[in-house]
Design a protein around this ligand. Structure first.
Ligand code: MCN
Ligand code: CUM
Length: 805
């Protein structure tokens, strides 16, 4: 049938690795046919809504729900007192702390959950929320992390009274969570003390929020007859939710089904476990009918999964000619009222210890102190790769600060200190083994692409013109180079609540040669149904268009740890390739049987096995699929299925070079991103179009963070930035045109050489914007200003430097 088709034509038909295959998801999404959690409607379903605290810190004197219960249509009002007998008023967090499901005697942040009203519809529930009378006694709020461990700081967590040991070691103050130390303290201090030049800076990365278009939510449905609980929800890790739900509720795990339907953006916001999930489940168990809970925008921004809030003091030592000799960093980490960071268990500050970045730094030392404040919990979210965004921002600002001190070009200083290609696999001073990289090639390509020397010459001319009064605009050039660490990842290092972070793929080939693949991950917009089929197409020779990819239903998908930390490609992508290879190995045995040759006499050719030296004798994968169901070698089981649980030997280390050119109006502080060039290296590229989309999205979020986003609190503990009136969400108007580029350095340990990419543009992007804004004022003596670089703050900087009119 296809004998005459060329190898190229057969390869093209597969739409495998490297193809710009169009997203198969989009037919559904662009026609409004997605199925999101709020689309789920079940007979008799009730709606839950929260009574929330108006105070940042207060004692609850009393709760009176009688007026709410009297409202027609209200079915129940849950408070901590109702949850206590079930031992569900606190829930375990992913970081080994506990979090109040409903406030127990005290509220610890504004908008904290105090009571859960269940009613016949959302509107009645919202009206009833207003009728619940809560009497509070206000307490002094603690919002400044730098004051959290003062001797007279207010005691926040009374539930932890007397607890001197936390999940990550000893606690030395009532608001202290953990101290995490990595590296060589003595050696680093010696390097700093003996250095020719030392640059020091305190770099804050403000509190922000990922703000996905779809907020968090769930539908809980308890079938009391079969004692079976189904939970549909916005979960980035459905299997982990099932295990945790079983442990918390005591319902056997086989009687729980977790389903993540379509998810409208996650960005880390949907990794954690929230009070709404527990309350909806409890309400459904108690009332015996389905209960839905969906956050509104303000609830989302002010109560679930903030990101960052890291205050990083660095010292970087160097020789006068620009060779970095040591790096020291202290981080004050504001975790809010409960430590609900979603990090692998052994890493209370995530992978922040990749803060030596892309540089060959001989010695380094890092200390992170985590503290409680009267703010919302969360801490790991927002395209972060487990705190790599903070680490990357820190080192990329520090290198610029050092460059200023050395009066050296920041690009030249980077180039001089890069880990060399020949040094890979490279072990960093803080203990990571970088799998592969070629930083000089990528960086040189980036500098050439933007004509870096030309830009600097233009900037020099701009500065002279500004000094003469010929222009009111200052030109800034931001250079950033990042190394990511994604693919958690080795079970021996990485687990969450004891669950090793492997991932999985199960494949079934149907008799007519099409297939279904199920994975332990879950797409939230990344296009997994498109790209994972491409990996398989190349492995098993079945066109991607004939492979269905399914994720997110724990009753059908193999166990996996979910999608975050850009781990799907490095881990589940590897499992997909490995499962595909098992399919191919069995198909080869069937082919040998059918062609009456020895297996070793066959070779794989795109979509078929061919007898070596006899190209006219072959069996296509479609033929072998059918044979698997009716004519297999004696003793072989029929069928063609495989499953792989993949425990990666190491993480993958994508990298990239980003360059930003910004024009700053000195009189108004208005910034205009004139140009942004992003070169990404994520190893073998599965779908260049999807990668480009990921980079565009991540850069837009980086722009948002660097130039305007902030969730701040006033001294009373009131949260600011909790609505889209105050929280900057860029639209097409603010977003510049992105220029993307790539190099391709495969991962040596990944079966197809692919590294993750989802978070790279955010990890690398924020520093490029921030470096550009700082650079615009560098000739006026500025070394560092804190983000966000919104117009007001930029204008303040210009004013402080005496150039604003
Ligand atoms: N890809 C590829 N070739 C590579 C690497 C990746 O073609 N070498 C493709 C993958 O096949 C996948 C996509 O790029 O379709 C992202 O893959 P990967 O980097 O493995 O990241 P994950 O799939 O694990 O996604 C998680 C990552 C994270 S942690 C955040 S946060 C984020 C991000 O993805 N959230 C997103 N990108 C997002 N994009 C959308 N639209 N929505 C989100 O919520
Ligand atoms: Cu850290 S945000 Mo992503 O890992 O889902």
């Amino acid at each position: 049938m296809t004998e005459t088709e060329s190898r190229e034509a057969r390869t093209a038909k597969l739409e495998g690795l490297g193809t710009k295959r169009k997203r198969v998801e989009d037919a559904r999404f662009t026609q409004g046919k997605g199925n999101y959690v709020d689309d789920i409607r079940l007979p008799g379903m009730l709606f839950g809504d929260f009574v929330r605290s108006p105070y940042g810190h207060a004692r609850i004197k009393s709760i009176d729900a009688s007026a709410a219960l009297a409202l027609p249509g209200v079915k129940a009002v849950l408070t901590a007192a109702d949850l206590k007998p079930l031992k569900l008023h606190y829930m375990p967090t992913l970081a080994g702390d506990v979090q109040a499901v409903l406030a127990d005697e005290k509220v610890l942040f504004q908008n904290q959950e105090v009571a859960f009203v269940v009613a016949e519809d959302r509107y009645i529930a919202a009206d009833a929320v207003e009728l619940v009378e809560v009497e509070y006694e206000e307490l002094p709020a603690l919002v400044d992390p730098f004051k959290a461990m003062d001797a007279d700081a207010p005691v926040l967590r009374e539930d932890l009274a007397g607890k001197t040991e936390g999940a990550h070691g000893p606690r030395r103050h009532h608001n202290h969570i953990f101290t995490w130390e990595v590296g060589d303290a003595g050696g680093t201090q010696a390097a700093i003390d003996g250095a020719e030049v030392v640059a020091k800076e305190m770099i804050s990365y403000q509190r922000v929020h990922p703000c996905p278009l779809e907020t968090c939510g769930c539908v809980a449905s308890m079938d009391k007859v079969n004692e079976h609980l189904t939970l549909w929800g916005t979960f980035q890790a459905p299997h982990a939710v099932r295990t945790v739900a079983s442990l918390i509720t005591g319902i056997p795990e086989h009687k729980i089904r977790i389903v993540s339907p379509d998810i409208g953006g996650g960005f880390g916001n949907k990794v954690g476990v929230y009070p709404g999930y527990i309350c909806a489940a409890v309400a459904s168990i108690v009332l015996g009918v389905p209960v839905k809970w969906i956050e509104d925008r303000m609830e989302n921004l002010s109560t679930t999964a903030f990101a960052r809030d890291y205050h990083m003091t660095g010292e970087i030592a160097a020789t006068r000619d620009g060779r970095i000799t040591g790096l020291k960093c202290h981080v004050l980490a504001d975790h809010g009222a409960f430590d609900a960071c979603a990090d692998p268990t052994k890493f209370p500050a995530g992978f922040f210890n990749i803060c030596t970045g892309s540089y060959d730094i001989p010695v380094a030392h890092l200390v992170v102190d985590g503290v409680y404040t009267n703010k919302a919990p969360g801490g790991v979210a927002y395209r972060c790769s487990f705190r790599v965004t903070e680490a990357s921002y820190f080192i990329e600002r520090m290198v610029d600060v050092l460059a200023r001190k050395l009066e050296m070009d920041p690009a030249e200083l980077r180039r001089k200190n890069f880990i060399d290609k020949a040094q890979f696999p490279y072990t960093s001073a803080l203990g990571w083994e970088y799998d592969s990289g070629d930083y000089h090639t990528a960086f040189d390509k980036a500098l050439a692409a933007v004509d870096y020397q030309g830009l600097r010459a233009e900037q020099a001319a701009n500065r002279q013109a500004f000094a003469r009064g010929d222009t009111r605009s200052l030109m800034g050039i931001g250079v950033a180079f990042f190394t990511e660490i994604v693919g958690a990842g080795p079970v021996k290092n990485c687990d969450i609540l004891g669950l090793g972070m492997f991932d999985s793929c199960e494949i079934r080939i149907h008799p007519t040669g099409s297939a279904i693949a199920r994975l332990g991950t879950i797409s939230q917009g990344q296009g997994h149904a498109t790209t994972f089929a491409q990996i398989l197409a190349s492995e098993i020779g079945i066109p991607a268009s004939q492979i269905t990819v399914e994720e997110g239903d724990t009753d059908t998908a193999p166990y996996g740890l979910g999608t975050y930390g850009s781990r799907s490609t490095p881990v589940a992508g590897a499992a997909t390739a490995m499962a595909g290879r098992k399919i191919r190995a069995k198909a080869q045995m069937i082919a040998a049987w059918l062609l009456e040759v020895h297996e070793g006499d066959l070779e794989w050719d795109v979509d078929r096995f061919v007898v070596k030296g006899a190209p006219e004798r072959f069996k296509t994968m479609a033929e072998l699929a059918f044979a698997a169901y009716n004519n297999v070698p004696p003793g072989m089981e029929p069928g063609l299925e495989a499953v792989s649980y993949y425990d990666p030997p190491n993480m993958t280390y994508p990298f990239g070079a980003y360059i930003c050119v910004v024009d700053v109006d000195a009189d108004t502080g208005v910034t205009q991103v004139r140009r942004f060039y992003a070169l990404d290296d994520c190893g073998t590229r599965i779908n260049p179009m999807i990668i480009e989309g990921q980079v565009h999205g991540g850069l837009t979020e980086a722009l948002a963070i660097a130039m305007g986003q902030e969730i701040s609190y006033d001294e009373l503990g009131n949260v600011h930035g909790a609505s889209l009136m105050d929280f900057f969400l860029p639209t097409a108007v603010e977003t510049p045109a992105w220029e993307t580029d790539f190099t391709e350095t495969p991962s040596p340990h990944h079966p197809i050489g692919a590294k993750g990419v989802g978070e790279s543009p955010n990890v690398g992007g924020v520093s490029a914007f921030s470096n550009a804004v700082n650079d615009a004022f560098a000739h006026l003596g500025l070394t560092h200003t804190q983000m966000p670089h919104d117009h007001w703050r930029v204008w303040k900087t210009a004013e402080r430097l005496g150039v604003a009119e």
